[in-house]
Design a binder for this molecule. Structure first.
Ligand code: CA
Ligand code: ZN
Length: 301
C-alpha cells in the first residue's frame, strides 16, 4: 500500500499543484496527516498565539488520480481514520462564535484511549473525522487557502466526513489532485470555539472515478443518507446554495416539477450546520436514501 507522508503538505488548493504521489482508480492507500497546528502544540503551556501561523492547516498531498479529468466525479471512500493517543483543543481571543468573550488563549491536551477522548475528567465518545479534504479548484474559482471551504472541498469541518463515509468531488483539473489534513478525534456541529479535538492521523482511503458527471458542491454519503456540503459568506447564503442544489437533485432524480421538489424538500431534508468559524461558513443538507439515493441521482446527471 502506498503511503503519502506528512512532510508533503500544501497550504492552499490551487489550479496548478505538483503531485507528490500517483494512485489508480480502485487503489487503496494511506495518507499521514498533521494536526491543524502542524504539531507545534504539544503541551498545555504552549499557546496558539505563540505558533507560526504560516504553518496552520497543512493538507497532505496533492495526490494525482490516474485518468481523472475535468468533468468527472472523484469518489473517495474513507476506510479508516486512525486515532493517536492525544489531541489538542485551544481557544483563541477573538475567534469562535463567542470570540469576544475569550480573554486569553488556552490549550488543553486531550487524552485519547479506546474510542474515548478525556477532556479533563469528562469522557467523550470519539467520532474521528477529516476537517480539510479537497481537490484542485476550477480556474474560475482560483486559489483557496486550506483554511477555507468552497466547491473544491477544503476546510469543510463536517463531522459526517468520518469512518465509512464516501465523498464525491467535482474533478476540475487533470488527476483531481486530492489533499487532506486537519483530522479531529471528535467535533460537534458548528465547531463553535474554532477547534475540534485536533489530531494527527493516518487515513486509509480508496479512490474511484465516475466519468462525465457534474456536481456543484461536494457530497458525503453515510449509511442512511447523503449530504450536499455547501459553503458561503454566512449561514444564510450557504443554506440557500445547499437547498437549491438539493431541490435540483430531487427534481432530476424523481422526475418532479420544481415546486413539488421544493415541497418534498421541506418534508424530508435536514439542514444542518457544519461549521460557523472558518472564513466561509458551511452547512449540509441531508437527503434520506429511502427517498432517493446518490446513485439514482448520478444516473440522471
Ligand atoms: Ca478545520
Ligand atoms: Zn481542525
Amino acid at each position: 500500500m502506498k503511503r503519502i507522508t506528512s512532510d508533503k503538505v500544501i497550504y492552499s488548493f490551487k489550479v496548478e499543484m505538483k503531485p507528490v504521489e500517483r494512485v489508480l482508480p480502485g487503489e487503496i492507500f494511506e495518507v499521514e496527516t498533521n494536526d491543524c497546528f502542524y504539531g507545534q502544540i504539544k503541551r498545555e503551556d504552549q499557546l496558539i498565539t505563540e505558533v507560526d501561523f504560516s504553518k496552520i492547516n497543512p493538507a497532505t498531498g496533492p495526490i494525482y488520480v490516474e485518468g481523472a479529468q475535468p468533468g468527472d466525479i472523484l469518489k473517495v471512500e474513507i476506510l479508516k481514520i486512525e486515532l493517536p493517543e492525544r489531541g489538542v483543543i485551544v481557544t483563541v481571543p477573538g475567534e469562535g462564535i463567542l470570540g469576544n468573550m475569550v480573554k486569553s488563549a488556552k490549550t488543553n491536551i486531550v487524552k485519547i484511549k479506546k474510542d474515548f477522548c478525556y477532556f479533563n475528567d469528562i469522557k467523550i465518545p470519539t467520532n474521528p473525522m477529516i476537517g480539510v479534504i479537497g481537490v484542485a479548484p476550477s480556474r474560475k474559482d482560483g486559489e483557496y487557502p486550506t483554511g477555507s471551504p468552497w466547491k473544491h472541498g477544503g476546510n469543510m469541518d463536517t463531522k459526517d466526513i468520518t469512518n465509512g463515509s464516501t465523498l464525491y468531488f467535482q474533478v476540475n483539473q487533470d488527476g483531481a489532485l486530492l489533499a487532506l489534513g486537519d483530522c479531529h478525534a471528535v467535533m460537534g456541529d458548528g465547531e463553535v470555539c474554532v477547534a475540534g479535538c485536533e489530531i494527527n492521523s493516518k487515513v486509509i482511503l480508496k479512490v474511484d472515478l465516475i466519468k462525465n458527471k457534474k456536481i456543484k458542491w461536494p457530497i458525503v454519503e453515510t449509511e442512511n443518507s447523503w449530504m450536499i456540503i455547501a459553503s458561503g459568506k454566512n449561514l444564510e447564503e450557504a443554506s440557500k446554495e445547499a437547498v437549491e442544489n438539493a431541490v435540483e437533485y430531487l427534481m432530476k432524480g424523481l422526475n418532479l416539477s420544481w415546486d413539488d421538489a421544493y415541497m418534498l424538500s421541506s418534508m424530508v431534508l435536514d439542514l444542518k450546520v457544519s461549521q460557523v468559524v472558518d472564513p466561509n461558513k458551511t452547512v449540509r443538507v441531508s437527503i434520506p436514501k429511502k427517498i432517493l439515493t446518490v446513485d439514482e441521482v448520478f444516473e440522471k446527471l
